[in-house]
Design a protein around this ligand. Structure first.
Ligand code: PLP
Length: 435
């Protein structure tokens, strides 16, 4: 029977896989072959105070191109967004026991970057519309120890930057935005990456554009740019030659991008505007159609902002839908296949992540060694509250309301999106079949 739900053994709405997000093509291949033929070194970095301290020709070119795209003064590339986040915390001057206010609704690295410099993450709740860190909640968590705010442009929606910057000015705080999911997102009519003190982007394989792994930090601040570069490339080795006055947090690591990654990144950046346009078109189509189903709410995009939909979030109000979120989404997922590049798992899921403070790291306050460092810094650090209920909006949304989808990734197009809409409508119209 045509209307029998796939979850009950009926024919699914679609059987053929959704297209893979294969965005590396002839342009990258050609650029890499040209680079290899040039016989240049695969990495242009040296950890000494010489003309190789800032990396090779292609790394620098990509950094310039990214700065132009964002409209900021500096881009410092890294081998991942995580490396960029850690380095931004170091560059911000975070010391043991310093508190950094952070969103709990993000990938774990946003918070663990703080711990890498032995700072103490303090979680503040999100706003229920954009799922981003709420400045009102941030203000409640500010103490004499607070040194920075770490916010995430979650799912591709920009953070509430004006509110956060206002607090930062009042309390002398550094604002870092994790924009791993939000390259090209627009806040108050300009691209994110030039308002926060530092903004961190990712080039990992799942992102809008990628080079397998990679990342970059943008800033307009000379001192932050200098410190980011020191941390990226064994800063301790060059401090004397460079005559760096304040050497705190300036020892470094090897967090460098290779020339081949940079060559790919240059080509990928050229593709980003079209990839964003296609993704947004798919997301807008799903927003319009799915929100016509009672109980399904599209993501709220704030005024003068552009969401870039790393994934597309929706909320479900079960009372209006007439069926619980988890059962409904399970039935929809049975109507639709996965994608060519996703051998396991679906392109749709309930929830996004456990609110970070509920992870064992925070529940047990165990990070470095077995003796609770850095939380054991002193009584105040050890008493930071990570108990269930500290961010009720995050917990409620994650547990009851949100689902996210990945169907929107180009080259999927509106024809593919129609299958998604048909699946939702079929399940809604036949929801009585679900026990
Ligand atoms: C919000 C956020 N932060 C940080 C990361 C880590 O990025 P990377 O894998 O480039 O280190 C990710 C990656 O998924 C992310 O989505």
């Amino acid at each position: 029977m045509k209307n029998t739900l796939a979850i009950n053994g009926g024919q699914p709405v679609r059987k053929n896989l959704f297209p893979g997000h294969y965005i590396i093509g002839e342009e990258e291949k050609k650029a890499i072959i040209n680079f290899i033929d040039s016989k240049e070194d695969l990495s242009g970095f040296l950890g000494g105070w010489n003309d190789k301290f800032l990396g090779g020709k292609n790394v620098r070119k990509f950094e310039d191109n990214w700065s132009e795209f964002i409209n900021c003064k500096y881009t410092v590339s890294f081998n991942s967004n995580t490396s960029g986040l850690v380095s931004a915390i170091g560059a911000a001057g975070i010391e043991p026991g310093d508190e950094v206010i952070v969103t709990p609704y993000t990938m774990s690295a946003t918070a663990t970057a703080i711990i890498a410099y032995q700072g103490i993450p303090v979680f503040a709740d999100i706003d229920e519309k954009s799922f981003c860190l709420n400045p009102i909640e941030v203000e409640k968590k500010i103490s004499t120890r607070t040194k920075a705010i770490m916010t995430t442009g979650i799912f591709g929606h920009p953070s509430h930057m004006d509110g956060l910057l206002k607090l930062a000015k009042k309390h002398n705080l550094v604002v870092i935005e994790d924009a791993a999911q939000a390259p090209g997102a627009i806040y108050k009519n300009s691209k994110i990456g030039s308002k926060a003190d530092m903004t961190v982007f990712s080039l990992n394989v799942h992102k809008h554009i990628h080079t397998g792994e990679g990342g970059m930090v943008t800033t307009n601040n000379d001192d932050f740019a200098n410190r980011l570069r020191l941390i990226r490339n064994h800063g301790e080795a060059v401090l004397e030659s460079k005559q760096q006055a304040d050497i705190s947090n300036c020892f470094g690591f090897n967090l460098r991008l290779t020339e081949i990654q940079a060559v790919m990144a240059i080509e990928q950046l050229k593709k980003l505007p079209q990839l964003l346009k296609d993704r947004i078109e798919n997301a807008n189509f799903l927003s319009e159609k799915l929100s016509q189903i009672p109980g399904i709410e599209k993501a709220n995009v704030q005024k003068d902002c552009q969401h870039v939909y790393y994934v597309q979030p929706f909320k479900i109000k079960s009372e209006d839908l007439g069926i619980g979120r988890d059962k409904f989404i399970e039935a929809v997922s049975k109507e639709l296949p996965t994608a060519e590049d996703r051998k396991h798992g679906h392109l749709i899921s309930i929830g996004f992540c456990t609110p970070l403070y509920l992870l064992p790291l925070f529940q047990k306050k165990i990070a470095f060694g077995k003796n609770h460092w850095p939380f054991s810094y002193d009584k105040q650090s050890m008493s930071i509250d990570y108990s269930i209920g500290i961010c009720p909006i995050t917990e409620y949304i994650e547990k009851n309301e949100i689902f996210i989808n990945d169907f929107i990734r180009p080259p999927a197009n509106l024809k593919d999106m129609k299958d998604v809409v048909n699946a939702f409508e079929k399940v809604y119209d036949n929801k009585k079949q679900i026990s």
